[in-house]
Design a protein around this ligand. Structure first.
Ligand SMILES: Nc1ncnc2c1ncn2[C@@H]1O[C@H](COP(=O)(O)OP(=O)(O)OP(=O)(O)O)[C@@H](O)[C@H]1O
Length: 452
């Protein structure tokens, strides 16, 4: 090759590299699907056997193979023990290491998914244990085991943590549905109170609980719902949202009164449903359908703590009323969003029962492993591990679990208090008066959609 030829080849290579760089820089999505993903896929298939072996996912099988056996030749052996001079071919059964069969790698915006066939005797937990090792071998942010079916698991690899930056998601406009942030798989985090009626929002201080509550309030503010606040931290959290709150309790006495109202309202709705042969308010004729109530409770532990014995009765009443609202509210469009650092049995009897009614769980970073245990203890152990691994420098990141047992890492969208307060002020005209709400009087609000 002449010097000119070499220069030309170098020039072409440099131009190709610059083109690829520019492509990646200006249109990363098409670069990923067109170049980066196919290259990654080839690497994954080529290295899979090695990685599976390193992560102890392989199995040994007996297979027929044509082998070359070394045979000492007669007469020459005497020259030395290692006098092997002849080879003989023959078929025989040998031990072969087999990796689990990889299905087709399917690209996602943030990485890829691939289905694997389990070896006999393997369970999905084997793959959950190996996931971290596989993530390191594939040089990706995380690998999760998802979509478990008999004999099959799907591995979902994510190249970068999609929760480092969460952008604002538009309002859904659907009743009792909010999008407070993003899930790790890049999809919107949808909180649908008609599917999961009550939520527990737990985490240490500065973990992002209030930000999530703000996002929920801002999402619900434009909807035809009544918002109610319980804030025993002197009202500092919820008073700024007062224009959009139909009721706000900031002292224990007010809490007891407001809970009495709520229990009475649930019972009244129950009576209306019974009269009309409806199992829930969504099956009532539209003109009779009451306005949904969303109850936000800040720092739930304050409701159960007592300074002296005189408060014992009030605390007991509060616990019972809250439990009744939780148990009965789901059918009668009364929803709870309970925020707190701890919601354990140490707060008193009834708290564990209340927690079990809160089927939606959001577990932010906790100060101790107990927070994750209390919030997600009855779920998949992998969810607990993910919650315990949330770093302090990413407030708003949480593990979110619904009632079907599935869970996701998610992050609420950052919403300044001013923005949420502005949303409350902007939609103050939609705030139904509490007297009208608990009077179950059909109001002139816009008609509610039919139940799904
Ligand atoms: N999703 C988020 N993205 C970015 N920053 C966030 C997010 N959520 C919260 N933060 C930041 O973290 C800080 C603490 O958040 P927040 O007040 O919601 O925590 P908290 O758990 O309610 O704390 P506390 O119990 O002390 O009230 C806030 O200053 C906020 O700026």
């Amino acid at each position: 090759m002449t010097v000119n030829d070499s220069l030309m080849v170098l020039g072409v290579l440099a131009a190709a590299a610059a083109g690829l760089w520019a492509w990646r820089r200006w249109h990363p999505a098409s670069f990923w699907y067109g170049v980066a993903f196919p290259a990654r896929a080839v690497l994954v298939y080529l290295t899979w056997h090695h990685i599976a072996s390193g992560c102890k996912l392989t199995r040994h099988r007996q297979r027929w193979r044509l082998t070359l056996d070394a045979v000492p030749a007669a007469g020459l052996v005497v020259r030395g023990a290692a006098g092997i001079v002849e080879h003989k071919r023959r078929m025989r059964r040998v031990d072969v290491e087999r990796a689990p069969r990889l299905g087709l790698l399917r690209p996602t915006a943030q990485g890829w998914r691939v289905r694997l066939r389990l070896h006999d005797g393997q369970v999905p937990a084997d793959y959950e244990r190996a996931a971290e090792g596989i993530a390191h071998a594939w040089r990706v942010h995380s690998v999760r085991v998802v979509d478990v079916r008999p004999g099959l698991v799907t591995l979902w690899a994510t190249m970068r943590d999609p929760l480092t930056e969460v952008t604002v998601t538009p309002a859904t406009g659907e009743l009792l549905r909010v999008r407070p942030g993003k899930l790790e798989n890049g999809q919107d985090w949808v909180m649908d109170l008609r599917t999961v009626p009550h939520w527990l929002n737990a985490g240490a201080t500065q973990s992002g609980k209030s930000n999530l509550a703000n996002a929920i309030i801002a999402g619900l503010a434009p909807q035809p719902v009544a918002l109610v606040g319980f804030d025993l931290k002197g009202g500092v959290e919820f008073t700024p949202y007062a224009p959009r709150l139909s009721a706000l309790a900031t002292t224990r006495k007010e809490c007891v009164g407001l809970l009495d109202d709520l229990v009475g309202e649930v019972e009244a709705r129950m009576a209306v449903c019974r009269r009309h042969g409806a199992r829930n308010v969504w099956r009532l004729p539209e003109s009779l359908r009451p306005v949904p109530i969303v109850v936000l409770i800040d720092e739930v532990a304050e409701l159960f703590l007592m300074a002296d014995k005189a408060e014992k009765d009030e605390v007991a009443k509060t616990g019972t009323a809250l439990l009744r609202v939780a148990q009965l509210g789901r059918a009668f469009a009364v929803h709870l969003i309970v925020c707190g650092q701890r919601i354990g049995s140490d707060l008193g009897p009834g708290v564990t029962a209340l927690r079990s009614q809160l089927s939606g769980r959001v577990c932010h970073r906790g100060n101790d492993p107990e927070t994750a245990n209390m919030t997600l203890g009855d779920m998949d152990p992998a969810a607990l591990d993910a919650a315990r691994a949330i770093p302090a420098e990413t407030p708003g990141v949480a593990v979110v679990a619904g009632q079907d047992g599935s869970w996701h890492r998610a992050r609420s969208v950052y919403l300044s208090e001013e923005t949420a307060e502005q949303a409350a002020r902007d939609h103050a005209h939609l705030t139904p008066a509490w007297d009208i709400v608990i009077g179950s009087v059909p109001t002139t609000r816009p008609p509610l959609p039919e139940a799904a």
